[in-house]
Design a protein around this ligand. Structure first.
Ligand code: SAH
Length: 365
């Protein structure tokens, strides 16, 4: 049997459309229903002429992922969607129904992560496998379907789930092409945010290709020694190189775009007035806004605790007093283990070991 074309492979789908003698308009209505409006598969397929539906559905893969389970937070507006990939691995996406009504989806770009940051549960999985563009895009398509069923629209997309998006660079770019393509998702690039551990050259390449897509840098410390303690890749990509990269992004991106600097607040590690001073100095002259993140405790890092609310607020106040745009993030979904850093499935490690014989590592650039 011929491998069915993925719904995102526009060239293959167009060829199939000709073979099935489908008119372009009904194909367009079908794609819009599925990808832009989040209608159910059967409602979307009903946009096609009845005689072509079965043949089309048999030759086109509408979904690259299988929904494994869904947990809705009882505390706040977060829902965790757990998906199974064709390779049998589990990945997670999180729907954040933010109080302002702006619904955000947090997507995964890899199973596991090779960056292995000390504070992050995904990095402790010991594997890193790239997700294909269809596997990343289907998280968006299925989340949109889940939200449409409750009368909501998806507004923002953040690459803050499992994985380091810039370690999966080519697939990330193919994904961004499809997300922004008018005939597919038609997502405004300004409502997409790619968060990275900080790979300077890849950040610049990404901004050159998609200048209006927002970038976030997981800085977490403006002190080289401290940063190295919690982020192994900090040794390879020191703070001065990162600073040059952010400055270059400021030149490449539209003038109203700021780079987001993410700063995880860790008790006794990076939350002192001195640490705030170092951060203020580091961002001097850069067009950025700072997002202070409360730490979600993870089982694998019992030696790390989050800074208390008062410390976080004092730190934020010091930054603001120095004239920096600063927001304090609040965390959703802790009760469904969906908050940042908790996106981990121990089963994946077992699956990866069983299939590959050993954990596979994505070579980092
Ligand atoms: N690899 C990318 C994106 C994934 S993580 C990156 O490093 O940016 C998304 C954000 O969650 C990052 O800023 C990451 O540092 C943060 N994060 C990781 N573990 C966390 C934890 N336990 N608590 C709070 N935030 C965490």
């Amino acid at each position: 049997m011929i491998k069915p074309a993925s719904i995102y492979e526009t060239r293959n789908i167009d060829q199939l459309r000709r073979e099935l003698r489908l008119d372009p308009q009904s194909l367009r209505r079908f794609r819009n229903a599925l990808l832009k409006h989040g209608q159910s598969d059967s409602d979307a397929l009903s946009e096609l002429p009845p005689e072509a539906r079965d043949a089309f559905a048999n030759q086109v893969e509408l979904h690259a992922l299988q929904l494994h389970s869904r947990s809705d937070s009882q505390q706040d507006g977060a829902s965790k969607l757990l998906f199974r990939t064709r390779a049998g691995m589990l990945i997670e996406s999180v729907i954040l129904r933010i109080a302002t009504g702006r619904t955000t989806l947090c997507v995964s770009s890899q199973v596991g992560c090779a960056a292995a940051c000390d504070f992050c549960a995904t990095g402790k999985m010991g594997i890193a496998q790239n997700l294909s563009p269809a596997e990343i895009l289907d998280q968006v398509a299925q989340a949109r379907q889940a939200l449409a069923a409750e009368g909501r629209k998806l507004r923002n997309l953040v690459f803050m789930g499992m994985g380091e998006p810039l370690h999966n660079e080519e697939n990330l770019y193919t994904t961004l092409e499809a997300l922004t393509a008018p005939e597919l998702f038609h997502q405004p690039p300004s409502r997409i945010l790619v968060s990275t551990v900080g790979l300077p050259e890849a950040m610049i390449r990404s901004a050159r290709r998609f200048p209006a897509v927002n970038l976030a840098l997981s800085l977490h410390s403006a002190n080289q020694q401290t940063r190295e303690q919690i982020i192994p890749l900090a040794r390879r990509y020191p703070l001065d190189e990162l600073r040059r990269a952010v400055s270059e992004l400021n030149r490449i991106q539209p003038p109203n775009t700021e780079v987001m600097v993410e700063y995880l607040m860790l008790d006794g590690m990076n939350d002192s007035p001195e640490a705030a001073r170092e951060l203020i100095d580091w961002v001097e002259g850069l067009r950025v806004h700072i997002n202070l993140i409360p730490f979600n405790t993870i089982d694998d890092a019992p030696h790390l605790t989050g800074s208390g609310r008062e410390t976080r607020e004092a730190f934020g106040a010091q930054l603001k007093a120095a004239g920096l745009k600063t927001t304090i993030r609040y965390s959703l979904g802790a009760d469904v283990a969906a908050a940042c850093g908790q996106l981990v499935r121990k089963e994946n490690r077992r699956t990866a070991m069983a299939t590959a014989g050993a954990p596979s590592q994505q070579p980092s650039s």
